[in-house]
Design a binder for this molecule. Structure first.
Ligand code: TXA
Ligand code: MG
Length: 315
């Protein structure tokens, strides 16, 4: 059920229910972090292995840092610059945090989201809400209340409506190795923004724990066959006669695909905001193919290409 009353969502969460909540990145499947049965229910709902830890969300930086035993200078700087916002920090956890949340790791992922509804919600939960992205394991993340509702149609999930997510891609996850920042997952904040904030190089994609975020080979996948290409026109001509949803910059696609989303080539923010929503939209129409023109790898393009690569993997 889609709901819009924040107090109703607070009551449900306090009573141990899982509630889908909006954030500026994607929707999350939230539970009160102190109610472990509710936290376990998230894994069941998502069909996610319990070895994959959850992010804890807080209303403020102070509440978030109260969960960890140390805050390296670089983490402090990043939090000052990007919170509230689409940044997740992985830091050594305090002992009160359940191993169910952290999947037995000695670190915890924390974030302060920038979404007014979720901020109001989080003020009622000083110990935080856990929230993985609101999608079934390996499927496309959700950026509208309706897409969450459809994905969890059979589970009677309450979805707090906060409109469309502004960023449309998950948070950037940064861990620290001897105080040095390591980007574990590309996200809505670019690597260049992290480097600029710290005025130094950052390590990227270094596996440093048993779990590496979002690094499953297959992830974010739509139901349609996804084709990512630098030559969309050629591909679309080859797919003549098939039902195809297109996402890219080439306006010639209008006459070649069943449905198109055309954006201006240097506006990757727009692509990021709409990508997951379009996957759901095209899937809801049962198109056989989704063709995405591969964006340049600059800035947000790095994150988008990371998601496209995983979403296109066939198992
Ligand atoms: O934007 C986001 O981050 C969204 C919204 C809802 O906040 N959340 C999200 O959660 O993307 P999820 O669970 O779909 O992805 C979080 C990733 C997982 O791949 C998990 O393995 C990783 O974060 N993670 C969580 N705790 C970790 C830890 N202690 N060390 C390393 N990775 C961790
Ligand atoms: Mg996810």
């Amino acid at each position: 059920m889609i709901i819009s009353d924040i107090n109703h969502a607070v009551n449900l969460l306090k009573n141990g229910a899982v509630v889908a909540i909006p954030t500026e990145t994607v929707y999350g499947l939230a539970a009160d972090s102190t109610q472990i049965e509710a936290v376990k229910q998230i894994f069941a709902l998502k069909r996610r292995p319990q070895t994959n830890p959850l992010i804890l969300h807080f209303a403020s930086k102070d509440a978030a840092f109260a969960q960890v035993t140390e805050v390296p200078e670089a983490a402090q700087k990043l939090a000052d610059q990007f919170w509230p916002g689409p940044l997740t920090l992985v830091l050594p956890k305090k002992s009160h945090i359940s191993n169910v949340i952290t999947a037995n790791q000695d670190t915890v992922a924390i974030r302060v989201p920038a979404h007014s509804i979720t901020q109001q919600l989080l003020c009622q939960f000083p110990n935080g809400l856990v929230a993985p992205s609101a999608n079934k394991y390996m499927q496309t993340s959700t950026t509208t209340a309706l897409d969450v509702h459809k994905q969890f149609d059979n589970e009677h999930l309450s979805v707090l409506d906060g409109g469309s997510c502004e960023k449309g891609l998950e948070s950037t996850i940064v861990a620290f190795k001897d105080g040095n920042p390591v980007v574990l997952r590309y996200g809505a904040i670019t690597v260049a923004q992290i480097k600029d904030a710290l005025n130094r190089e950052v390590l990227q994609n270094i596996p440093m724990q048993t779990v590496v975020p979002g690094m499953h080979k297959k992830h974010y996948a739509p139901k349609a066959t996804l084709i990512v290409t630098e030559t969309p026109e050629i591909v679309l001509r080859e797919l003549r006669g098939k039902t195809v949803g297109y996402i890219g910059t080439d306006s010639n696609a209008v006459s070649l695909a069943t449905e198109v989303f055309i954006y201006h080539s240097n506006n990757l923010d727009v692509l990021a905001t709409h990508l997951y929503r379009l996957f759901h939209q095209y899937d809801s129409k049962n198109y056989e193919y989704i063709v995405v023109e591969k964006p340049s790898n600059d800035g947000l393009g790095q994150t988008i290409n990371d998601r496209l690569k995983r979403a296109a993997v066939k198992l």
